[in-house]
Design a protein around this ligand. Sequence first.
Ligand code: IMP
Length: 208
Amino acid sequence: MNRRLGSGSLVIATHNAGKLKEISALLGPYGMKCLSAGSLGLPEPAETGTTFVQNALIKARASAEASGIVSLADDSGLSVAALDGRPGVYTADWAQRQWFEGKPGRDWYMAMGKVEGMLCETGPDTPRDAWFSCVLALAWPDGETAVYEGRVDGALTWPPRGTMGFGYDPVFVPQGSELTFAEFDPEEKHRISHRADAFAKLVADQFS
Ligand code: IMP
């Protein structure tokens, strides 16, 4: 059985304001006071792992060690079956542009095009199965950890469709739907996403 959080402070090991807001809203009802790694001035560790679990643990452990407070980190991405699970932990890197709209940044249409191009190169009948993963890692200052893995399965479509969501949402059609995640009502996406799956597991383990 995993160690319990109880109530009190929890550092969210992210410098992304959107993630902090989303995670704080999810954990607020359970009595957790969420602090951000950014507001505590914690450094961002290099994500040198080769799996989502390794990278989530690197971020959670670094935050717990530096702050002395139990910390939560997440790592997520898209895996394509016919590409042996790529881009996987490199999902965000595939969108990296030295220069995008006049400044360094990410170009998601370039990244989606790269995945589609690689799939086309493997042949017209290649299965288009793909999945999003989200791993949540908890780390306590004494070194204890707990990991929760979420996943949503689906298929890639082309061309991209929809204007909601972010990242690879316009090319991902979850199983049982004809709409891409970018065509979903955001609340509906949050109900069935890989992130929702991982959080449901964390909440069941920590707060039930
Ligand atoms: P990270 O977890 O912040 O490292 O982000 C990994 C990358 O995976 C993000 O930048 C997105 O491109 C992609 N990703 C993760 N979750 C989603 C999602 O729900 N929709 C679309 N793309 C996602």
